[in-house]
Design a protein around this ligand. Structure first.
Ligand code: FAD
Length: 482
């Protein structure tokens, strides 16, 4: 009997749960990836770094699978790639190959869960089984519950319980190599589509410091490991190389979460404070997967009941300024330019710009969430929704609504020398550090000295922070009466 492993956001063939289970149980295992037109057609443009990242990573995965099969004495191994609606492609492929079962790694997003249910039903009707496995998370769904058997909604006690459960078994890699002789040769005539065949144009991905595929992920990991011990001090400064930049790889599974968590857990156990903090960030990832899985309504609704009664502003001019990185607050604008130019934004800046949109501009977090969904390379519904609802105070374990970031003091604290701002706002390159966080406060002589025309070269602030803060406190104040 044979089986088909359907790869989705797990683009690797090492330490892979579904692949391991298939290889252990079946003598012939095929691997397939579908460029799903249901997802691709919904993208607003045909120039998308994520599609190019996936495409490059799929090409590498094909080579890795070929090599793995060859090392195990199987000739003609590799990845089967299809382009079309995923449900149809997988059901058709399962029938063509005559497999007994399709295996995949589990997703936590409501739409993906619904898609998998449809696939499972269609396969069952054709006499083929479907099973899914935990792979993206270290601990998922109901694995970490309160003593009353309910899901946590506050991170700190969740994290304590999560750490207790995270034993060596959870961190053990799946030994794929031992069973790789069960990989099946690909059917003849397989062609890997080029990016253009998918209807997409190249992006600036190759110009970015963002290596793709499993080899790219390992390079970033090797680069980060010596820096991990400094993570807890360095991670908050967007101008410093303090974080791992692994998020896009964790998003598309070009690296195993068990591999990175095992390294962090080992260093944490040896007393490394940076590793402990980094491990807790990986726990946030599990936490938000778990929250979304238990609360699929979060895609459109606030986690906290009552918070959907907050009256947000429409404010098209303010929205346009924010989304074009022209708010007049340099750290906010530099952050948004980083996002638009590279598809990445530093975590501290995600918090700052999300707070600015919701608390300074009074715009609904859902609009910001969608904007990030369009532009982030590492866009992940669970983490993104969690992050936005945290900043907007509508989420579980969120900022209280009366805590409002000041975009200028955030800038002074986290980009003290203004280097990050200067990198993305060259028009402010000559502004002295003392003034770069809020050029609107510069006197005419100071502006003249650095040749900056406010309102021409760089916008005036679109709102006054103190006034915006008062408005936000009023907007949320009905909650204190509840
Ligand atoms: P590191 O600091 O090196 O952290 C390591 C890994 O831990 C990350 O790669 C990520 O997988 C995980 N992680 C870290 N922080 C968080 C967090 N708060 N929540 C969940 N996982 C976390 N992260 C995404 O992966 N996708 C998103 O779409 C996303 N949207 C966000 C939106 C907002 C408004 C906010 C405030 C945060 C968002 N985050 C998101 C979380 C975080 O900003 C990114 O994971 C991080 O900046 C990625 O950079 P890194 O890989 O260098 O992170």
């Amino acid at each position: 009997p044979s089986a088909l492993v359907w790869l989705r956001r797990d683009l690797r063939c090492d330490d892979h749960a579904a692949l391991y289970h298939a290889l252990r149980r079946y003598k012939k295992v095929y691997c397939a990836f579908v460029f799903d037109t249901d997802l691709l057609d919904a993208l607003p443009t045909r120039v998308d770094r994520r599609v190019e990242f996936i495409h490059e990573s799929v090409l590498e995965l094909n080579s890795s699978l070929q090599a793995l099969a060859a090392r195990s004495g199987v000739r003609g191994g590799g990845l089967i790639v299809r382009h079309g609606p995923a449900v149809q492609c997988i059901v058709q492929l399962a029938q063509e190959l005559g497999v007994r079962e399709v295996l995949a790694n589990r997703d936590y997003e409501p739409e993906a869960i619904a898609r998998d249910r449809i696939v499972a039903d269609a396969l069952r009707a054709a006499g083929v089984g479907f099973s899914d496995y935990k792979d993206h998370a270290l601990l998922d769904r109901d694995e970490v519950l309160t003593q009353q058997g309910r899901p946590y909604s506050v991170f700190t006690p969740y994290y304590r319980a999560w750490l207790q459960k995270l034993d060596d078994f959870q961190l053990k890699p799946y030994p794929i190599e031992c069973y790789a002789h069960h990989l099946a040769p690909r059917p003849a005539g397989q062609i890997l589509p080029a990016l253009a065949d998918l209807g997409f144009a190249p992006t600036n991905l190759r110009d970015l410091a963002l290596p793709t595929g499993t080899s790219g992920a390992q390079r970033l990991l090797q680069d980060f490991l010596p820096r991990m011990s400094a993570y807890q001090e360095a991670r908050d400064y967007p101008g410093r190389k303090g974080v791992s930049y692994l998020s896009v790889h964790l998003r598309f599974g070009t690296i195993s979460i068990r591999q990175v968590a095992a390294l962090a857990a080992k260093q944490a156990a040896q007393g490394c404070a940076g590793a402990r903090v980094w491990l807790s960030e990986l726990a946030w990832r599990d936490f938000y997967f778990m929250i979304l899985w238990h609360n699929p309504q979060l895609v459109t609704q606030s986690f906290k009941s009552g918070y959907d009664r907050v009256q947000w502003d429409d404010a098209p001019d303010l929205w346009n300024a924010w989304s074009a990185a022209r708010t007049g607050y340099p750290l906010v604008d530099a952050a948004l330019r980083q996002l638009l130019q590279t598809g990445y934004m530093h975590n501290r800046l995600r918090m700052v710009v999300a707070s600015f949109l919701t608390k300074d501009l009074g715009i609904d977090w859902r609009r910001g969430e969608r904007f990030f969904a369009q532009h982030l390379n590492d866009y992940d519904l669970a983490a993104n929704n969690g992050g936005w609802q945290w900043a907007a105070s509508t989420g579980c374990d969120a900022q209280p609504w009366f805590r409002i970031f000041n975009p200028v003091t955030q800038s002074q604290r986290f980009d003290p020398d203004g280097n990050f701002i200067r990198r993305y706002l060259p028009e402010l390159s000559k502004v002295p550090t003392a003034r770069i966080h809020y050029p609107a406060a510069m006197k005419p002589a100071e502006l003249a000295a650095c040749g900056l025309r406010l309102g021409v070269d760089y916008p005036l602030p679109v709102v006054d922070h103190a006034r915006a803060r008062t408005r936000t406190l009023m907007r949320f104040s009905f909650l204190s009466e509840q």
